[in-house]
Design a protein around this ligand. Sequence first.
Ligand SMILES: [Mn+2]
Length: 397
Amino acid sequence: MKAPVPSTAAAADSPRARARGPARPAARPRRVTLRARTAAGWRDKLDKLVSYARGHHRALILTHDNPDPDSIAAGVALAWLLEELAGVEARVAYGGIVGRAENRALIRILKLPVVPVSRVVFDDYDLICMVDTQPEQGNHSLPPRHFPDVVIDHHPERPDSHLAAIADVGGPIGATSTVVVEYLRASRLDIPPAIATALFYGVKADTRDLGRQTTPQDVEAYLWLYPRADKEALGEIEHPSLPACYFLLSHTAIEQAVLHGDAVVIPLGALYAPDMVAEVAERFLYLEGMRWSLAWGEYEGDLYYSIRTRDRRANAGRLIREIIEARGGSAGGHGTMAGARLPLKGRGRAAARALAAEVAREFLAAFGVRDGAGARLLDQRPARRPAARPARPRARR
Ligand SMILES: [Mn+2]
């Protein structure tokens, strides 16, 4: 994983960066990080954010790569807040691609102003924010010579995040959108329906309808957003039309799924969009009797992994980090859901296959299930055969 290297020489070539100082502050600034518990606490945090942002000109808000609804919504909402309250022109950018049909619909239907990071010149911005990810996380596209000024993320805190001037990081809140909602509520501004709708879907998706890693704050945010959200748009976002390749991938997933006790692993081969591993892992956890699900596939020279678990005592995020980061990949996630990217870096076909098999074995060991061939889903016989059709009275000839 690309841990930011302490360097004062970084980015010294850009006049803008020089004016801003080194990419990574040498000393730890005072923490502005404790999760507020009261309305006054959130107002205080909002004030700190706004007064820090004021005086800057252009803000760049970066989501994690292949962004999910939570990070897109949190990014767009933070941009809106900074424009309204701090008078900063703000833009939201993401690395990777937006692949899932629902996420594409979210952006298209709500006309959310997000752009691929390839269209961004980082030096054009004097305020860099990061949402739903952290500098050390490795699943974002901030060049190493930059360091964010603002980090807002509900994932477990990473030590370097506190080097940001404003860091609001760490659990147990179920969605970064919920954290941003607290800032919006503290602002007492009327938020546009598109922002409310996006945030609502962000909270809903990350907490799986408030059923996973949900805190009372997530429920509060959900209830606050619902009357403000555009329900018709929400319906279209949640039930988009799906491309043919979606069904082809579903076919592959069913064909390739292998059961190892209470774990199901799904090697998908080539992916049309990297975020599909998450969708497949999520779907297969619904398979009766499964405690773990693991899906992986290849996209543009990288292996993408996604795991899900029903075991509340498990720590999927830590597990995936241990396995993937040890091999030079990057990973993130929390208790019951996590994802990772592992670069194949010019490995040949055979070497890539061997690596994937080795990683899969290690995951199975971590899930505590027996290694071995496993049993293909397709070879499973239904527990009960459907009842025989009642005999129809024979027609008289
Ligand atoms: Mn999130």
